[in-house]
Every structure is written in C-alpha cells, then in structure tokens.
Write a protein that binds this ligand. Structure first.
Ligand code: ZN
Length: 387
C-alpha cells in the first residue's frame, strides 16, 4: 500500500514535515517514508490534510457510553472498534480509585482481555490511577477508597495485573510511596506522579524510578516560585514526561504553551476521557459517582459540586488544540504518538519510519481524523475513503 499526502508528519525526533510526502507499507510494517514524488503510482492519493502516525492515549476511563473499569468484553470491543474515529490507534484503559479488592478483580479480568485483545485500536495495557492518591488532591476520586501503598497491597495489585498493568498513578509523598515506586518500576510498570500534594523536594520519586506525571496542572501541587511543587518538578526534571489534558477546560491554552515550551519532548497529550465521551450530553458514571455533561458547557463532565471529572476530549482534537495554543504541528503529533509510545517502551509505535507498525491517520486540514489504519488495515471509515 502506497499513500501520498500533501503533508506527511513522521512524528520522529527530527520533527520534520514532508510536503508532499508518501508512506509505503509492504507485508506489515512501514517500508519507506519519503518526501516528494513517490516511487510508483500510489494506491491512495490524499488531496488534502496530513498523514500522521496513529495516536496513542495513555488515559482513557471510558468512551461511547462504556466504563472501561467494568472490564466487560463487549464494552472494550466497542471502544477499541470506535476509537479510530478519533485518530487513536492505541490506548490504555484506565481504572480510577475503587476498593482494592475491586481494582484487583478488574486487573485480573483485564489481564485476560489484554492477552486476547479486541479488533481496532490496540489495547496497550492498563493504567491504574489510584488507589494510592493524596486525599487533598482527590479530584473526582472517592477519598474513602484511597489507601496507603503497603508492600502487600502493591504486591497484590501487581500480581493481579500481571501482563496488563503498564502505568500506575500514585502520590509519592504518602508513607511507603517511594518503596511502592521502586517496586512497581522494577516490575516494569511506568510510575506516574499524580493526585499528589508533594513538594518539589518530595518528588524525588524520579530517583526511585518514576518516569511520568499524570495530567500536569490538574489535581497536584501547583508551581509556586518558592515551592515549585509537582508542576515545577515535572517541567524541570528531564526524567519526567507529563500527560496533559489539552481540552482547554482542564488547562488553558497558555498553560499548554508553557508546558510544551518548558519541557520540549516531555509532554504527552491524553484525553482522560470518560464514558460520556462521544455521547450526547447527559449523566454518566465514573468511579462510583455520577458525572454530568451539560449542553454547551464546554462539554467537560463535572460532579454535582462542579469538580471536573474526566473529559469528552478526542485525541485528534487534543492535537488541534495544542496547535491552536501555538505548539508546532510536528511537536503536537509527537506528543500524541511517539512520546507516549516511548514511555510504554513500544518503539515501533507512534512514528512513521521503516520498520514501524503501519498505524496511520489521515487528518483533514482542520486536523480531524478522516481515515485510520491499524497494522496496515483500514479500520475507519467502514466504506471507501474519498481522497
Ligand atoms: Zn486524575
């Protein structure tokens, strides 16, 4: 399969844009990516927009009415099948704080599904957000289910999630926090600092092996010029990459621009989407609470007291919002593809270069997904692509 486009954004470290460009896929992976005239007549010549690597979302609580923490095979199948509509070709189902026994059960069920994944967007593992969070930075999580990370609880969840657990968000300042970071990191889990009231000094978590910060700016100690907090540490420690919910409700455009400027190559765009995403306004569940999406409310779901509770963001829109905030397109694409793939240790995903998986998205001139391929197979739209 040979596709040409007015602009190809390989998403690699060079942050180049090939105008025009082409991508050749033979027998599985990407064989060749180039600028200018293609080596032969293309199978698909796109007349507008951008060809970019498939987008990777490290934080998806739910979508299309489905709560992924329920770990219903049909629900996971629906989300995996439909996420490519938003440009996403790989994602981490994300479980928010619940009683430990419930989280453990969900992880066991998830291990079965991750081993035998549904068709569509790739299920890249599970992101467990909680239960080791700071009650003072609860956001939409239930405080009564938060616990301190004892060795036994961490071991229990690690065993339950074997083969599936890829990211754990925790507040590192809790008693036992750093030991938990070390235990999780040594088991190959990406540890992400989040829902944390740690001072910059307490975010010594990176020394213990933490590599990520969850939804930068939201539910964490903010930057103060004398106490830089989680935000200050996230932006200045070169070992930490931060998730960012660029829906322009969770963070303002200027805050997006500050993050990208302060931490180039260390921001990854996430949706933090909930079951309300891709649905009509109404009431949906998240972590044992009801959240409401009101019509014309900027669409972010909120608890009854107004607290933000996940988003209804699309990954393609996150890229567009970052670009509107002044971030370069190639940089924004990398933040939605290569950077999260690298965090997960999946170097054949999230970029277009020889040997990479043929996960591609055609974005139109407004950066909205028009067609999506996973492993060289078109998964969206169902009918013919009109280029
Ligand atoms: Zn959160």
């Amino acid at each position: 399969m040979l596709i040409t486009a007015p602009r190809v954004v390989p998403g690699t470290g060079e942050l180049a844009i090939l105008e025009p460009g082409y991508v050749l896929v033979t027998a599985g992976p990407v064989a060749r990516v180039g600028r200018g005239a293609p080596p032969r007549r293309p199978d698909l010549a796109l007349g507008s927009g951008y060809l970019v690597p498939g987008l990777i979302d490290l934080q998806v609580n739910g979508y299309f009415g489905v709560n992924l923490a329920d770990v219903e095979p049909a629900g996971w199948a629906l989300v995996a099948r439909r996420l490519p509509e938003t440009g996403t070709t790989g994602f981490l189902p994300t479980f928010v704080t619940a009683p430990v026994a419930e989280m453990s059960h969900a992880l066991r069920c998830a291990s079965v599904l991750v081993a035998d994944p549904p068709a569509g967007a790739r299920v890249l593992g599970v992101h467990m957000e909680g239960p080791f969070l700071a009650p003072t930075k609860a956001g939409a999580h239930r405080r009564k289910w938060m616990v301190t990370p004892t060795q036994a609880t961490v071991a229990n969840l690690l065993t339950a999630g074997v083969g599936a657990l890829r990211v754990v968000t925790l507040a590192t300042e809790a008693e036992g926090g750093l030991a938990a970071v070390a235990a999780l990191a040594s088991a190959g889990v990406v540890v992400s600092v989040g829902h944390s009231d740690a001072t910059a000094q307490q975010v010594a978590a990176a020394d213990a092996g933490a590599r990520m910060v969850t939804h930068l700016f939201n539910a964490q100690r903010p930057l103060h010029h004398r106490e830089p907090g989680v935000v200050g540490q996230a932006l200045t420690d070169p070992r930490l990459t931060s998730g960012l919910i660029a829906d322009l409700t969770h963070v303002a455009a200027a805050a997006c621009a500050i993050a990208f400027a302060a931490a180039p190559g260390r921001i990854c765009l996430v949706t933090d989407a909930s079951a309300a995403a891709g649905m009509a306004p109404g009431r949906y569940r998240l972590g044992g609470k009801l959240v409401e999406v009101r019509p014309g409310d900027g669409q972010a779901p909120r608890l009854a007291d107004g607290t933000l509770a996940g988003s209804v963001l699309r990954m393609d829109r996150a890229v567009a919002n970052a670009v509107a905030a002044g971030v370069g397109l190639a940089e924004a694409v990398a933040a939605a593809a290569r950077i999260p793939a690298d965090l997960l240790g999946r170097p054949h995903l999230g970029r277009l270069n020889p040997g990479a998986a043929a996960d591609l998205v055609w974005l139109d001139d407004d950066l909205r997904a028009q067609a999506t391929w996973v492993a060289g197979e078109r998964v969206y739209p169902a009918g013919a692509v009109s280029a």
